[in-house]
Design a protein around this ligand. Structure first.
Ligand code: AMP
Ligand code: GLY
Length: 424
C-alpha cells in the first residue's frame, strides 16, 4: 500500500518508523517530513493547508492511506474533502471527519458532548459576547485557581489557569472582547480546577469497535520539577505506573466506551485515533481534553511499545473490523527525552549543526525539528530530537536515553534531566 503521512514532528518520525516496518507498506511519503523521516520514506514538499495539492499528490502517487499526523488538517476537514470527492473517496483517511475533529477543535463542543454522555469531566460554564457580564460575575464567585479555555484551536496556548480573580477576568476579557484567539476563541469555557496527576490514553476507533494503545505520561513544562512555561512536551514515559488494571478499567467503562458509543449514536463519522487527556483525581479518571490525533511526544513511546502491525490495524479500522484485532503492548518500558533548542519555548536559533547522532547506541532517535543542509543535520525547530529507549523498567530506559542525550551535540542543547522523576 502507498501511504502519505502529513506532518514534520517527532510524532511523524515515530509513525513513519512504525509504518515502514509493515510488510503491507510499499511506498511511504511524508509531507513535509524532516531529516529523520527520510530514513523511512520520501519527504515531499506539500503544504498542509493546500488540500487541492494533497489531493493531486494522492491521485498521482496512487495513495491508499492518507494519515494526517496533526489536528490542523483534520479540524479543517481533510477527511470530508477526500471522502466527498469521487476520485479520492476510496482512499483510507486515518482520522475523523470534520464533525468528529470538533472533539479537539471546540472546547465547548467537547464539554457538551461529555455532558450528553455522562463522561466525567470538570464542572463548567460557557460564556461569550452575549453573556459577558454574567461571566465576569461568575468568575468573581469562583474559588481559585480558575481554568479558562478559549474555544477553537489555539496551538496549545488557549488555556489559562488563573491564580486570582483579577487575572481570570483579564484573560476572559482578552479572549472575548479582544478576540485574542480569533473569532472561535470568543466563546470561553470556564471550568473547575482539578487536582491530580495527568496521563494520556489512546484508542484507535473504527466507529464501532476500538483497540487501546499503550498509555503514556508526558512532561509539558520546560523546567525540572514541572516548573516554568509550557512546551510542546519535554519527554514521555510508558507504561504509567499508577495506571493499573483497576484504574484502566474505570477509564474504559466511564470514558473510552461512552465516547465511542456517543459518537456513533450522534452519527459522527470517526475512524482514527482518539487521545484522551485524563487526570487521576484520587483514583477517579476525569477528562481534561480530547485530541483527534496521537500525542507528541507520547507517540515516541507508544509506537515503540505497540507490537502490532500499524498498517494492518488501519486496514481493519477502515473495514470496521477492529473487533478482530488483538493488540499487544510490549512488556518493556519505553521513555523519550526531548532535546530542545536553547531559548525554547521562547525564541531560539535554527541551523545549528548536530553531531554525535551515530554514536547514540541503544536508543532510537526520532527527529522533531531537524533538517538536512549540505550533507549535515541541522536544528530546525524548538523541539529538536526525541531520544527514545527501551528498558526492563522506566529507570533503565531513562538511563540509556540520558547516556545518549549527552553524546549528541549542538550549540544551545537543553533537556530536562528529571523525566519520570515521580516513578524512580
Ligand atoms: P489543554 O489544552 O486542555 O490540554 O490544557 C492544558 C493543560 O492545562 C492541561 O494539560 C492541564 O495540565 C491543565 N488543565 C486543563 N484543564 C484543567 C483543569 N480543569 N484542572 C486542572 N488543570 C487543567
Ligand atoms: N503531548 C500533548 C499533545 O500532544 O497534545
Amino acid at each position: 500500500m502507498n501511504i502519505l503521512l502529513l506532518g514534520s514532528g517527532g510524532r511523524e518520525n515515530a509513525l513513519s518508523w512504525k509504518l515502514k516496518q509493515s510488510p503491507l507498506c510499499e511506498n511511504l511519503y511524508i509531507a513535509p517530513g524532516n531529516a529523520g523521516t527520510s530514513a523511512y520514506g520520501t519527504n515531499v514538499p506539500l503544504s498542509l493547508t493546500d488540500f487541492a495539492g494533497i489531493r493531486r499528490f494522492c491521485l498521482e502517487h496512487h495513495i491508499h492511506i492518507l494519515f494526517p499526523g496533526g489536528e490542523d488538517t483534520l479540524v479543517a476537514g481533510i477527511y470530508d474533502f477526500i471522502k466527498n470527492d469521487e476520485a479520492t473517496s476510496h482512499i483510507i483517511v486515518c482520522g475523523p471527519s470534520k464533525a468528529g475533529a470538533q472533539l479537539e477543535g471546540s472546547k465547548a463542543f467537547a464539554k457538551e458532548f461529555m455532558m450528553r454522555h455522562h463522561i466525567p469531566t470538570a464542572a463548567y460554564r460557557e460564556f461569550g459576547e452575549t453573556n459577558f457580564d454574567e461571566g465576569v460575575e461568575y468568575l468573581r464567585g469562583q474559588s481559585l485557581p480558575i481554568v479558562l479555555k478559549a474555544d477553537g484551536l489555539a496551538a496549545g496556548k488557549g488555556v489559562v489557569i488563573a491564580q486570582s480573580h483579577e487575572e481570570a477576568i483579564e484573560a476572559f476579557t482578552q479572549m472575548i472582547k479582544e478576540a485574542q484567539f480569533g473569532e472561535a476563541g470568543k466563546k470561553v469555557v470556564v471550568e473547575e480546577f482539578l487536582t491530580g496527576i495527568e496521563l494520556s490514553v489512546f484508542a484507535l476507533s473504527d466507529g464501532t469497535h476500538y483497540v487501546r494503545l499503550p498509555e503514556a505520561k508526558d512532561y509539558k513544562r520546560i523546567g525540572e520539577g514541572d516548573t516554568g512555561p509550557n512546551t510542546g512536551g519535554m519527554g514521555a514515559i510508558s507504561p504509567v505506573p499508577f495506571a493499573g488494571p483497576e484504574f484502566m478499567q474505570k477509564i474504559v467503562s466511564r470514558v473510552i466506551e461512552p465516547t465511542i458509543n456517543g459518537l456513533k449514536q450522534e452519527n459522527i463519522t470517526y475512524q482514527g485515533f482518539i487521545f484522551f487527556g485524563l487526570i487521576n483525581v484520587e483514583g477517579e479518571p476525569y477528562v481534561i481534553e480530547y485530541n483527534c490525533r496521537m500525542g507528541d511526544p507520547e507517540t515516541e513511546v507508544v509506537m515503540p511499545r505497540l507490537e502490532n502491525d500499524l498498517v494492518e490495524l488501519i486496514v481493519k479500522m477502515d473495514a470496521g473490523q477492529l473487533n478482530e484485532a488483538a493488540v499487544t503492548h510490549s512488556p518493556r518500558a519505553a521513555c523519550t527525552v526531548m532535546l530542545v533548542a536553547g531559548g525554547y519555548p521562547g525564541s531560539y536559533p535554527k541551523g545549528n549543526i548536530m553531531t554525535g547522532l551515530e554514536e547514540a547506541a541503544g536508543s532510537i532517535l526520532f527527529h522533531a525539528g531537524t533538517a538536512d543542509k549540505d550533507g549535515a543535520v541541522v536544528t530546525n525547530g524548538g523541539r529538536v530530537l526525541a531520544v527514545t529507549s527501551y528498558g526492563t523498567d522506566i529507570k533503565e530506559a531513562l538511563a540509556t536515553s540520558y547516556r545518549n542525550a549527552e553524546k549528541i551535540q549542538y550549540e544551545g542543547k537543553y533537556y530536562r534531566k528529571d523525566i519520570g522523576y515521580e516513578f524512580q
